[in-house]
Design a protein around this ligand. Sequence first.
Ligand SMILES: CC(C)(COP(=O)(O)OP(=O)(O)OC[C@H]1O[C@@H](n2cnc3c(N)ncnc32)[C@H](O)[C@@H]1OP(=O)(O)O)[C@@H](O)C(=O)NCCC(=O)NCCS
Length: 173
Amino acid sequence: MVLKTGIDDLVLRPFRGEDAGFYSRYANNCNIWKFMRDEFPHPYTYNHAVEYINDVCIPNKGYYFAIDYQGIAIGDIHIAKQTDILRLSGFLGYWIAEEFWGKGFVTEAVKTITRHAFDNLGLIRVFARVFANNTGSIRVLEKAGYEREGYFKNAIIKEGVILDQLQYAKLKP
Ligand SMILES: CC(C)(COP(=O)(O)OP(=O)(O)OC[C@H]1O[C@@H](n2cnc3c(N)ncnc32)[C@H](O)[C@@H]1OP(=O)(O)O)[C@@H](O)C(=O)NCCC(=O)NCCS
């Protein structure tokens, strides 16, 4: 399924095998890695991208999307459906290539995938967790209508530094 956004030439679409080249080149960036979980590799190789696209994205088409600008995968946005008693919630994650930062792309992508989660995926709550020093991502969530639910002190260790973490969520209207 391809999801249109409110920005020309920007869509969310399923990953394709041929995305691995651009995807790995854009993902191989310390400025992205430093705000991601350590499971996001660094350096990020072509094989990492192939593995991610094959294992996570292609079999689960409803939830993992390439952020596509003018036909090229420039980032990733996904909602990981939760299980058991949390099964009506989804966990949102995203990144976009540094050369496209500050154009409103991820704000638009978050609005679009959240609407999709409520309208088509049967979810009633989407939440995200963000490092307290990730001002850009916090701004994205606020602009997309997410509300702060919690502030967790000393929740993260990244590059040997202890950091606070914030949780944001949006509920189905
Ligand atoms: C965070 C990220 C997703 C934002 O994507 P984006 O497409 O640039 O976001 P947008 O352009 O929609 O909005 C960014 C907003 O944050 C603001 N912003 C960005 N960096 C900022 C900073 N250091 N201080 C203050 N504001 C900042 C921008 O000005 C903009 O707000 P505005 O529209 O009010 O001016 C992108 O920078 C990224 O991929 N970062 C690395 C990975 C990451 O952090 N992923 C999220 C993990 S929770």
